[in-house]
Design a protein around this ligand. Structure first.
Ligand SMILES: Cc1cc2nc3c(=O)[nH]c(=O)nc-3n(C[C@H](O)[C@H](O)[C@H](O)COP(=O)(O)OP(=O)(O)OC[C@H]3O[C@@H](n4cnc5c(N)ncnc54)[C@H](O)[C@@H]3O)c2cc1C
Length: 422
């Protein structure tokens, strides 16, 4: 009797990375299912910025027109130290890398990906994965759900985010302590997305603000119709039991954010204050900032990890989702090559394909996690020997715009695409 798996690729997690991989599978005729634990699609967060390294594949997959229609390209960054304006930095990535950085409302982007992935035909909601069983003697990998259901696939991809169960299972199987490989960075951040700001005009469209206060930082990103997406970061108070427990921002409200930032300067506030921006927000969320400290391999046997499940990073340079998109693209290419050959003619087994994926992705992921961590220290002005404020001033106030664009070549210049889609 010939046994068949439920699908070729089982993806755990319907976040940005999982949905993008499902979109690619659909385009290249690989059967897949996405198992998402939530009952409804519930993207966490307010906005998201998509950089040139992710936009090329999104264009190839037919999603760029909608991003352009509903997002806002970044043109310029105004940088302030408290109320003192350091400069206006031209951020013309498009002329260097073919694409600007686009800010877009996160829910909208997530829903675009859901539809592109095949919607309810592909994404199984209310499907919380509890175990992944990959025994070499068994023909397929099995996934067990919390409600007792069991599904099988030729490949399983853990795209289940920062607290990935897949990563913990792989660690357990490798005999490692199944501890988290992520660390709380000691920083907490909150984020919100505003309605259009009526006091802003065409001059402010596409203008971001990076504000360095004495005890915290705030960035605001320009979105469609002069909406602002804001992210504030402050160090957790080392004396606060609540913050040590890292739950201080749960259930965040506008008032809580205004307690920290409300009276501080913001050039886009009607009265020059952050609270003028926060009070126009439609959605507020908050979370603690984590980063990867010890890297598990991005694959083991017939199971691969992707996105935050493989390499969580700070949000400071807006690359977490972009890296999940890069991962999905590279993994999609390798899976397409593997599945396009009839089973009896395949020369490699799927373990080797996933190993190749890990080799291709791990070095870049580590570089970007390190970059993101170091950039966070410069941005917060927290470097060893008290050098933070000086280095921050040199980088932000004096480094010419071309040097920023030149430096970012290693990040933005790498733009993977799906080989089989032309
Ligand atoms: C404030 C903030 C701002 C950011 N800004 C940017 C930015 O501008 N640009 C950028 O590129 N990145 C940004 N990031 C990072 C980005 O949000 C993440 O890196 C990205 O969402 C990771 O995508 P993912 O698909 O790997 O994981 P996630 O988006 O976390 O998705 C994981 C999915 O898996 C599901 N899941 C988890 N466990 C299970 C289970 N057991 N069974 C089934 N399903 C499960 C979850 O419900 C979730 O839907 C930001 C992050 C934060 C916090």
């Amino acid at each position: 009797m010939v046994h068949k798996p439920d699908t070729q690729v089982l993806i755990i997690g319907g976040g940005i990375g999982g949905l993008l991989l499902a979109t690619i599978c659909r385009k290249v005729n690989i059967q897949c299912k996405v198992l998402e634990r939530t009952k409804q699609l519930e993207p966490v967060g307010a906005g998201i910025s998509l950089a040139p390294n992710a936009l090329k594949v999104l264009e190839q997959l037919g999603l760029y027109e909608e991003i352009k229609r509903t997002g806002q390209p970044l043109k310029k960054v105004m940088i302030h130290r408290n109320t003192t304006k350091w400069r206006e930095l031209d951020f013309g990535a498009e002329s260097y890398y073919g694409y600007p950085v686009y800010s877009i409302e996160r829910h909208h982007f997530h829903h675009m990906l859901y539809e592109a992935a095949g919607g309810e035909e592909v994404v199984v909601l209310d499907a919380k994965v509890e175990d992944v069983i990959d025994k070499p003697e068994e023909e397929y990998v099995k996934v067990k759900l919390a409600d007792g259901r069991e599904l099988s696939g030729e490949v399983v991809v853990g795209a289940d985010g920062i607290r990935s169960i897949t990563r913990r299972i792989l660690a357990r199987n490798a005999g490692m302590d199944a501890v988290n490989t992520i660390r709380f960075t000691g920083r907490v951040h909150m984020s919100g997305y505003t309605a259009p700001m009526p006091n802003l005009g065409p001059e402010e469209l596409g203008v971001a603000n990076w504000l360095f206060y004495d005890d915290s930082i705030l960035t605001t990103w320009p979105c469609k119709d002069n909406r602002q997406w804001f992210i504030g970061v402050k160090m957790a108070d080392p004396n606060s039991v609540q913050e040590k427990n890292r739950s201080v921002w749960s259930g965040t409200t506008r008032e809580m954010i205004n307690d920290v930032y409300g009276e501080k300067f913001h050039p886009f506030g009607e009265n020059g204050m952050v609270k003028d921006v926060v009070n126009r927000s439609e959605r507020i969320v908050a979370s603690n900032v984590y980063e990867e400290v010890s890297f598990a391999s991005m694959s083991a046997g017939r199971v691969a990890l992707l996105g935050d499940a493989a390499h969580s990073m700070t949000s400071f340079f807006g690359q977490g989702a972009c890296q999940a998109i890069e991962d999905a693209t590279e993994l999609g290419n390798l899976l397409q090559r593997y599945f396009s050959v009839p089973a009896e003619k395949r020369l490699s087994n799927v373990d080797d394909v996933l190993k190749e994926y890990s080799i291709r992705r791990e070095a870049r992921a580590k570089d970007i996690v390190a970059f993101s961590s170091n950039y966070a220290k410069v941005h917060m002005g927290k470097l060893p020997y008290g050098m933070g404020p000086l280095v921050r001033k040199l980088v932000y106030a004096y480094a010419p715009a071309w040097s920023w664009m030149w430096y970012l070549g290693w990040l933005y210049g790498y733009q993977p695409t799906v080989d089989a889609v032309r």
